[in-house]
Ligand binder design. Structure first.
Ligand SMILES: NC(=O)c1ccc[n+]([C@@H]2O[C@H](COP(=O)([O-])OP(=O)(O)OC[C@H]3O[C@@H](n4cnc5c(N)ncnc54)[C@H](OP(=O)(O)O)[C@@H]3O)[C@@H](O)[C@H]2O)c1
Length: 314
């Protein structure tokens, strides 16, 4: 496993960050999925993964806490958690809610410190978020939110409960502001062959000595040898859903540039997200030990490919 250093953290984090969104049932019922998830997390740590992504929204922390609370490497692990304040349709930032979300995670994960708080400023409805109105509303609140956030995150940092705070911007307009805000040490966002809009901020992040953490390196599972050819998928595969149509359309364009990759698609797509050194780690959804092979290759993707792919118009 390779490691990279994040601003404000003394120890480096693994290039693969273990994503916990789909690795266990939400209702806490033990079944084959949680057995496979347990083994995957244990094996990941064994293989050197020291960075774990979680959110109360996934409802899988029951399993993460159970695996980690008594784990012999517990003290060497770093956590990144989503903290949503203000949450959907909440009118204002609440310091109490921010503190509560951090302290609940500390308890649930059995850790003394959250390395990275991934902050999401919502404040509008889910439907409005990605619209112009959503941007307008969130940007109008930005100064107030960031000054409240600076206050509470400073307190939690001095109590040793958190390391650094990064923004999950949702939109390009919001990212444009967040990238320069002092309260954030960088951005955490979707980034993969099919979702490249945040790559435009890499040079600015580098100038500012800030970081980027990529989420969803395989575009949810499309960028794998198993799924790149949609026609060959069994009829019950989740990628037949029309929601994936745009992604497959973009993939056609991407494949015209890449040709057949020199290593399996999942490994190539993973390496792509780490081609630019401003990206410090990539959050991969790991549900089984087999998924860990995604990070097995040392192949170096040319950083210039990121720009080339980002310029594709569909
Ligand atoms: N807003 C946010 O902050 C946000 C939102 C979404 C996700 N996340 C985080 O990001 C993580 C990753 O998101 P994601 O799971 O949607 O996207 P992803 O990491 O791009 O895709 C993961 C999926 O790809 C498949 N896969 C993984 N490794 C594979 C391999 N070696 N070979 C073949 N297939 C493989 C698995 O699907 P199958 O098991 O179906 O094959 C797995 O569920 C989540 O776990 C979560 O922690 C954060």
């Amino acid at each position: 496993m390779n490691y990279r250093s994040l601003k404000n953290l003394s120890e480096p984090v693994s290039e693969l960050c273990f994503g916990t969104m789909r690795y266990a049932r939400k209702d806490g019922v033990e079944d084959s999925q949680s057995v496979a998830g347990t083994v995957a997390l244990e094996n990941a740590i064994e293989q050197g993964v020291n960075f774990i992504h979680s959110s109360y929204e996934y409802e899988t922390r029951w399993l993460t806490g159970r695996v980690l609370k008594a784990h012999p490497k517990r003290a060497d692990l770093h956590h990144i958690i989503k903290v949503n304040v203000p949450d959907w349709e909440e009118p204002r930032f609440s310091r109490d809610s921010f503190r509560r979300q951090v302290e609940t995670a500390l308890r649930e994960l059995g850790t003394e410190r959250i390395a990275v708080v991934q902050h999401l400023q919502r404040g509008v409805s889910r439907k409005e978020l990605m619209t112009e109105h959503g941007d307008e509303y969130r940007l109008a609140q930005f100064d107030e939110v960031s000054s409240e956030l600076a206050e509470i995150s400073g307190q939690l940092r001095s109590e040793g409960k958190i390391g650094t705070v990064m923004s999950f911007p949702y939109t390009v307009e919001y990212a444009r502001i967040a990238v320069d805000a002092e309260v954030y040490s960088g951005l955490v966002a979707y980034f993969n062959f099919l979702e490249t809009e945040m790559a435009q901020f890499f040079p600015r992040l580098r100038e500012q000595k800030k970081d980027f953490i990529a989420i969803r390196p395989l575009a949810g599972g499309i960028l794998t040898d198993h799924r790149v050819d949609r026609e060959s998928l069994p009829s019950d595969d989740r990628m037949h859903d029309t929601k994936s149509d745009d992604m497959y359309r973009r993939l056609e364009q991407v494949r015209q540039v890449t040709g057949k990759p020199p290593i399996p698609w999942e490994q190539y797509a993973f390496r792509f997200t780490l081609a630019d050194s401003v990206v410090k780690s990539t959050v991969l959804g790991v549900n089984t030990t087999a998924h860990l092979t995604t990070a097995a290759s040392e192949y170096q993707v040319e950083p210039g490919l990121v720009q080339q792919i980002a310029e594709i118009k569909v």
